[in-house]
Design a protein around this ligand. Structure first.
Ligand code: ADP
Ligand code: MG
Length: 483
């Protein structure tokens, strides 16, 4: 558990997240209007979405199926009967004057997922519920000096709100949680998980308490749209609350905004209570009733999910939790790794994918799908190490050239003459030269200083341009020095 130090001792951070995930669906939750991203403002708005009098919502069956798939992916209870409620509030970008949401009877109930932490451990985090709701439109404040403009393209778009239990204890855990939720919905194809485009965003609830004490009063930071910002908002909130309490004050239950430029949260309004919204069942919509057989059929069709894949990678390939967690984050990465590992040492394959390949992709800000190094090519490189053609060090050089040029490793080795030298005659000559040049070092070695062996190896590597097989070098060196 990670604790924060204050003037009065240690503090524990408590975090619960409400993740809003836009359902992957061509049309909106209750109308046939398109959900395409990036269209002209107000070009994808039906009469239902602007709440013209007399319009009636019609539920989008595909969106319901997506919510159920997601619920199953969160190992959650699927409720065969759920209710759509009206959540009443006034806002210019909400033409109906209420949002259709689910309150007491959501479509998905309790579940749980695993999160994976940098120290190689995993923890289970509880899911409280998942409900379906409509998104509101967007108010645009920065295009006209005097007016606020409204874009209703988002109005009515289907969202899944995934609410967690207050089970997280650090910014890192919250980041790992959102990462895992994003993996799950991407594997399932139920949300594209694209936080930059607003397809996924989180309300971050934070409180602090003395370890093991009663839950403290939470503040809620609204609409945070990147994992880094979520972490920063938590760090800032926790510090702010600890200071207030240690100064003898009390934390207000309020809704706050995160300002990414300053890394601060600011008060937006005092927190509303659910009774402020006057929830009641939407009389335009019947209760949503699902058939168990339909739910079972969806369950049957689920792909292998991130946590299942992680456990399989750990047990079948002997990978560490950390390597497995990195490799399963995206379905494509997992498939790539499995192609490299096929018929080879899986731990070596994992090292090359998470080390060299991820490093190069990060450095060049490239997606795996756009990588010039295919799984076949990386596999060939691993084979060249296994059969002794390349030392690890040479292989890293070949990898760099391969990544830049897209050439096959065999071709690179051939053209650049990068084969490692295992020919004992050539190595022996280089060793003899090194011994002749290092009279002082020979003395030291004979006097019992084993470490000086490294100096000889270094000399041999220098004179062979790093191509000598290090194992062979060591053997010959010892033979000559000890003999
Ligand atoms: P609301 O819509 O009023 O924010 P919800 O029940 O939808 O209420 O969500 C509450 C969220 O706040 C949940 O994710 C829950 O885990 C979290 N939460 C509740 N109490 C605390 C607390 N004391 N500290 C941190 N998070 C909390
Ligand atoms: Mg909330």
């Amino acid at each position: 558990m990670s604790l924060l130090e204050g003037r009065t001792g240690d503090w524990e951070i408590v975090i619960g997240l409400e993740v809003h995930a836009q359902v992957t669906s061509k049309s909106k939750l209750f109308s046939g209007a398109s959900t395409e991203f990036g269209a002209e403002p107000n070009s994808q708005v039906s009469l239902v979405d602007v709440a013209m009098p007399g319009m009636l919502p019609v539920i989008n069956a595909h969106a319901v199926e997506q919510a159920v798939r997601t619920g199953l992916g969160l190992n959650a209870q699927i409720n065969l009967v759920s209710i759509f409620d009206r959540k009443n509030y006034f806002y210019p970008d909400l033409p109906q004057g209420y949002q259709i949401s689910q309150f007491l009877d959501p479509v998905v109930g309790k579940g749980e997922i695993e999160i994976d932490l940098a120290d190689g451990t995993s923890r289970t985090i509880g899911i409280t519920r998942l409900h379906l709701e409509q998104d509101a439109g967007k108010s645009i404040h920065d295009q006209d000096p005097r007016k606020t403009l409204i874009d209703l393209n988002r109005s009515g778009v289907a969202l899944m709100e995934i609410v967690s239990e207050p089970d997280m204890r650090s910014a890192e855990e919250a980041g790992a949680y959102v990462t895992k939720i994003r993996s799950i919905v991407r594997y399932l194809g139920t949300c594209d998980g694209n936080m930059q485009e607003g397809s996924m965003r989180a309300d971050v609830n934070v409180s602090v308490r003395k370890p093991g004490g009663e839950l403290g009063t939470r503040s809620e930071v609204k609409n945070v749209n990147s994992i880094r910002f979520i972490r920063e908002a938590i760090e800032y909130e926790a510090r702010r609350q600890i200071e207030i309490i240690e100064d003898g004050g009390t934390v207000d239950q309020e809704t706050r905004l995160f300002d990414p430029d300053r890394g601060e949260t600011r008060s937006m309004r005092s927190k509303e209570e659910s009774h402020d919204y006057r929830y009641f069942p939407d009389p335009d919509l019947l209760p949503l009733e699902l058939e168990q057989s339909w739910v079972d059929a969806i369950r049957e069709s689920l792909p292998e999910l991130p946590d299942q894949k992680k456990h399989r990678f750990i047990s079948d390939y002997g990978l560490s939790v950390d390597d497995a967690a990195q490799l399963i984050a995206e379905r494509e990465t997992a498939a790539y790794f499995e192609a490299v590992a096929e018929g080879r040492d899986p731990k070596i394959a994992a090292n090359w994918v998470t080390g060299e390949l991820f490093g190069a992709l990060n450095r060049t800000d490239t997606d795996l799908s756009a990588s010039s190094v295919s799984a076949d090519m990386l596999g060939n490189l691993v084979d060249l190490i296994a059969d002794g053609t390349l030392s690890n060090r040479l292989a890293k050089e070949v990898f760099e050239i391969m990544f830049d040029s897209g050439d096959d490793p065999e071709k690179i080795v051939e053209e650049k003459g990068m084969k490692q030298v295992t020919d004992t005659g050539a190595i022996e000559a280089a060793v003899d030269d090194a011994i002749a040049a290092g009279a002082a070092q020979v003395e030291q070695y004979k006097g019992g200083n084993e470490k000086v062996l490294g100096w000889f190896v270094g000399q041999v590597m220098k004179s062979t341009q790093g191509k000598a097989n290090p194992q062979v070098v060591n053997e010959i060196l010892r033979k000559k020095l000890d003999g």
